[in-house]
Ligand binder design. Structure first.
Ligand SMILES: O=C(O)CCC(=O)C(=O)O
Length: 295
């Protein structure tokens, strides 16, 4: 890894060429148009097998940025963040698999910056719905790149709507609003921000929306835009649903510790291994930039 003296950013050159990754021009157009796209067979089963071992380890050994999102009933909903700082397999995956190149291709960018990774495991048991939400205001970031973040949700298990496949509202990234965050545990932690618009009650009027979701095989990816509205049902199947989500930035962002942002994420950025101060351009080894061009 090279540290750029000019910006303090950690920069890496990817071994992958953008033209070699399994993303078609049509995938790029769909991502731009709908704010969400599914890419089948994007990641090899060898990588998935490594990630599963690491995923189970982190779930059994929770770290400082993990949360138990279980809301009652049977079956845990585990949410762990910045896993790549704790398990080598995740780090290797981020920097040695084609995932960053897939994202750069989708975002039509010659460089992407890692924000963080997030494991979302829904154990079977029928509880733990993921509320409809939009990611933008959970993130303590501002600047042009803050509205241009892509999340890749990589299936580690076969996923169906019964096991909790994520549902996305096609085109919602163009609604022109940033919505107040929703608590994944349905508590009041994001209350008191009445100046920020609330999402409409999507479930009360599902037919009005173009809702997309996909049955996934391990190694399939769904990529969504930071302004896309999405949520997921409970896992009522009898298999686990593990998804490894990674957040990628294109463009410059600054640390913006607003009160409505996700507290654990804010803490990780402010006091984590690459501590940031308010208004600082996001930089340091925890937030490396991966380049695909010459600069
Ligand atoms: O996995 C889930 O249930 C939700 C995923 C999600 O909200 C995300 O990746 O942004």
């Amino acid at each position: 890894m090279l540290l750029s003296a000019q910006t303090g950013k950690t920069r890496m050159k990817s071994p992958f060429k953008l033209q070699d990754v399994p993303v078609s021009d049509s995938d790029v157009s769909i991502y731009e148009r709908d704010g969400v796209v599914c890419i089948k067979n994007a990641i090899s089963i060898d990588w998935i097998e490594k990630l599963r071992v690491a995923a189970d380890w982190v779930q059994q050994n929770p770290g400082p940025y993990d949360t138990d999102l279980t809301t009652g009933g049977k079956g845990q909903f585990y949410g762990g963040q910045f896993l790549w700082l704790r398990r080598e397999e995740f780090k290797e995956f981020l920097f040695s698999s084609p995932i960053a190149a897939i994202v750069a291709r989708l975002m039509a960018s010659k460089r992407v910056q890692l924000f963080y990774d997030f494991l979302l495991t829904k154990e079977p048991g029928g509880s733990n719905k993921t509320p409809w939400h939009q990611d933008r205001l959970y993130y303590p970031l501002k600047g042009k790149g803050a509205d241009n973040i892509c999340s890749t949700w990589i299936a580690l298990d076969p996923v169906t709507i019964d096991s909790g496949a994520v549902e996305y509202i096609s085109g919602s990234h163009k609604w022109g609003h940033a919505y107040v965050p929703e608590s994944f545990t349905f508590d009041e932690r994001f209350d008191g921000h009445d100046d920020i618009k609330k999402l409409p009650d999507i479930d009360a009027d599902r037919d009005q929306y173009d809702i997309k979701s996909w049955d996934l095989e391990p190694g399939d990816i769904v990529a969504h835009h930071v302004l896309n509205v999405h949520g997921a049902p409970e896992n009522t199947a009898d298999i686990r649903r593990r998804g490894h989500a990674i957040r990628w930035i294109s463009g410059e962002v600054k640390f913006d510790p607003r009160p409505e942002t996700q507290p654990i994420l804010r803490e990780a950025v402010e006091n984590g291994p690459s501590p940031q101060t308010a208004n600082q351009v996001l930089s340091g080894e925890t937030f490396p930039v991966i380049n695909f061009g010459d600069n």
